[in-house]
Design a protein around this ligand. Structure first.
Ligand code: SAM
Length: 180
């Protein structure tokens, strides 16, 4: 496993999409290890050596593929409402809030004490995400604010365009950060 006890800080992006955000981060912070978890196939020809890709999909039955207390930073960007149930779960569907809550709790399990979780999502979801973080035992270190760099991820850029075109404040990209 890529995140063995190397002594390096490890940052994870769950549902990292095509990986643009972590490619930039990995190039800018070569001293850290970056891991993208993504169910869709992802090929990055110019992948920096400190960036790893794991084909992985969160389900009710699966936990994150890391040891407890081994991760320094978890990022979850635009995943609320986007997580499709696995084939097994279709027979007893969980609502999106429940699926998301399980993932947030699981992320807390793999984070080191003092580790950070950073979540970007649409304005309309951010207060519910804050409630889930608090219920799951995190301390909020950054209250929800407008994302200062709207092009941080592919989807934050897309939602920013939508927001600017239609002035629909519910899609505006927001960020919230919390600590274990
Ligand atoms: C809206 S995109 C966001 C991509 C990226 N985080 C961004 O902000 O540009 C949602 C991503 O989550 C992935 N995804 C969907 N269901 C997932 C699951 N159950 N577990 C992990 N990732 C999932 C999708 O394949 C997709 O890449």
């Amino acid at each position: 496993m890529v995140v063995g006890d190397t002594g390096k800080e490890v940052a994870v992006d769950i549902g990292g999409g095509q990986g643009e955000y972590f490619v930039d981060r990995a190039r800018g912070e070569p001293q850290k290890t970056f891991v993208i978890l993504e169910p869709a196939p992802l090929s990055l020809p110019d992948k920096p050596p400190n960036l790893h890709i794991i084909r992985w999909k969160s389900t009710a039955a699966l936990t994150l593929p890391f040891a407890d207390k081994s991760i320094d930073e978890v990022n979850i960007n635009y995943l609320f409402g986007k997580m499709e149930p696995s084939r097994l779960e279709r027979h007893r569907p969980l609502d999106q809030k429940e699926i998301y809550r399980r993932l947030i709790k699981d992320a807390r399990q793999v984070l080191k004490s003092g580790g950070k979780i950073s979540i970007i999502d649409a304005h309309c979801h951010i207060n519910l995400i804050k409630e889930i973080l608090i219920e799951s035992g995190y301390h909020i270190v950054q209250e929800p604010i407008s994302l200062p760099d709207p092009d941080r991820t592919y989807w934050s850029g897309k939602f920013t365009e939508d927001y600017e075109r239609n002035e629909e404040s519910f899609v505006a990209p927001m960020i919230i950060e919390a600590q274990k």
